[in-house]
Design a protein around this ligand. Sequence first.
Ligand code: SIN
Ligand code: FE2
Length: 217
Amino acid sequence: MINDLFGGIEPQQTAQEKLAKGAVLLRGLALDKADDLLTAIRHVSSASPFRNMVTPAGHVMSVAMSNCGQAGWVTDRSGYRYDGTDPETGQPWPAMPDSFMAVATEAATKAGYLDFRPDACLINLYEPGARLSLHQDRNERDMANPIVSVSLGLPATFQFGGLKRSDPVQKYALLHGDVAVWGGPSRLCYHGVLTLKEGEHPAVGRMRLNLTFRGAL
Ligand code: SIN
Ligand code: FE2
């Protein structure tokens, strides 16, 4: 019995860190897929370029965004929502690349969310100085779907808190290839990204890219 060799503990390929009930960090899960994901991001952003959107309060976001899939997350003076059309191009968002779908379903399954089929992926581009303040992902229709978040490029500090904005937050370094998944009891947990530090990543350059997969519609 192979288990006996390891004292009853099964060896795991990916280290799993628990963030909260229903939330895990899968360290390095996307590492061997990173080059394919980066190629696919280039493809998506050539059709729907990264842009800095405006919040309902009129602030220009420091994170630049694009989307792919059946719907994309957008914000403007009228509010936050999902839209099937890219407001910049007037065209549907680019289709979700197969490599995106594959990493999202693999991560969700590993985290215990067995039949997640995302219909939207928000792509965030952080340059040094960009940040994403504490927020909940709450524009999606069905909260039974988890959020799957893939980090590429420069390291960032991820804040993960509770269901109230005032709940204490824990901080985690998110590195190239790391994947975070939150759902179930932690689906509406507040989270954010601290100001990105200056740096140069060998594969990605002077930026961090993040994919968040959602069941939006
Ligand atoms: C998000 O909350 O939409 C993105 C989180 C991240 O960039 O890690
Ligand atoms: Fe979010």
